[in-house]
Ligand binder design. Structure first.
Ligand code: ADP
Ligand code: MG
Length: 363
């Protein structure tokens, strides 16, 4: 069943009576039990979209369906959803158990049942035995687990999470990412997760919707989004990317030959008709290029000059100039001790990228 957004737009009254379109014609189909992330830069409309699903904002246009039901103007407490915010919003004067019990008491559940539910849910978020603590006696990560427990205990059909790990330090955030994903799989609730952190979205999601300027640009699995970005923006926003701009010089049956900077010929697989001289962008991920010594004799490799070498532990990052206008970043994994600092600044090298690792974009 899940959640559907059909042509959903939201405009806010701006200054000088000009409307500001924060969300523009979003169409989404999120399946029941799916972990779906909305990913995009700050200000792109993620929170506004989530708030409309929750019912804190109403769409200016369009309709939102949850579990097949149109939500119309239903207020938040009449929707089968629950929201977890970045700033936990726990009651400071209530214990962990009292914080979690709060919503259940409002629903007038019997005391014994409330106690059982609290024990269960605290076990799930790995806080068994913390019932009597106050929020100030907990770490940030533990407070966020309580906030999560408070939402999960209500057994919503859909849980909305707005940058819930944003306040945690990197190490704890990475640990919580995996725990959250595991918990989501256990409870089978649909999660709609908002983040501006591409690595977080790739780690946790079944599918990701990439947003920019109020629009959804691409929806896909982490692999699809990373390997087959459909636009310049998505390619650039997700992971590190090299973009080489060139002109089509020749079209063969299933290949294009592209000339970059009047100097470098690149062959890419492509089966749609393009016109000669048309400008295209070639997307190359840094880890998909390999460096060889200048003597390497492969006609499909490119000659370049190393301009910068940066050792970053797991990898070494090389900046290699290919043409007057174009440098490419290449990441080589440091698997063997002997591979460290293999190439020096100023050295000529060959760069090899297999044709099927190059993605061609028209925008
Ligand atoms: P994100 O969560 O992706 O950072 P938001 O959804 O919070 O983005 O905001 C999207 C845009 O809508 C921003 O430009 C923001 O300033 C604007 N906006 C959000 N809420 C309101 C509001 N209540 N009134 C006016 N503008 C708003
Ligand atoms: Mg936001």
């Amino acid at each position: 069943m899940g959640v559907q957004l059909v042509d959903v737009s939201k405009s806010f009254k701006g200054s000088h009576h000009k409307d500001f379109l924060a969300v523009e014609q979003i169409n989404l189909e999120i399946s029941g039990g799916e972990f779906f992330s909305l990913l995009g830069p700050s200000g792109c409309g993620k929170t506004t979209t989530l708030r409309m699903i929750a019912g804190f904002e109403l769409p200016t246009k369009g309709e939102i369906y949850i579990e097949g039901q149109p939500m119309g103007k239903r207020p938040p407490f009449h929707r089968p959803v629950n929201t977890v915010f970045q700033n936990y919003a726990l009651f400071p004067h209530l214990t962990v158990a009292e914080n979690i019990a709060f919503g259940l008491e409002m629903d007038k559940l019997p005391r014994t049942q409330i106690r059982t539910l609290i024990t269960e849910v605290l076990e799930m978020v790995k806080l068994a035995g913390y019932e009597k603590r106050y929020p100030r006696q907990l770490s940030g990560g533990q407070q966020q687990r309580v906030a999560l427990a408070r939402s999960l205990v209500k057994k919503p059909k859909v849980l909305l999470l707005d940058e819930p790990l944003g306040a945690l330090d990197l190490k704890l955030r990475k640990q919580m990412q995996l725990e959250l994903k595991y918990m989501q799989q256990q409870v089978g609730i649909t999660f709609i997760y908002v983040t501006h952190d591409q690595e977080e979205a790739l780690t946790m999601s079944d599918r990701i919707g990439v947003m920019n300027k109020g629009k959804i640009l691409q929806v896909g699995t982490p692999v699809e989004i990373y390997e087959e970005p459909s636009s310049h923006f998505v390619a650039d926003f997700i992971g590190e990317t090299n973009i080489l701009t060139g002109q089509v010089v020749k079209q063969l049956e299933e290949e294009l030959i592209v000339l970059v900077d009047n100097q470098l010929l690149v062959t890419v697989p492509y089966d749609q008709k393009l016109s000669i001289n048309q400008q295209v962008n070639l997307i190359i991920r840094p880890e998909k290029a390999t460096l060889y010594p200048a003597s390497y004799d492969d006609p499909s490799s490119w000659l370049g000059t190393v301009e910068e070498v940066v050792y970053i532990g797991t990898d070494t990052r090389y900046l290699v100039r290919l043409t007057e206008q174009n440098v490419i970043t290449i990441r080589q994994q440091n698997i063997h001790r002997s591979s460290l600092e293999h190439y020096q600044t100023g050295e000529q090298v060959k760069v090899k990228v297999s044709a099927d690792s190059i993605r061609l974009l028209l925008d």
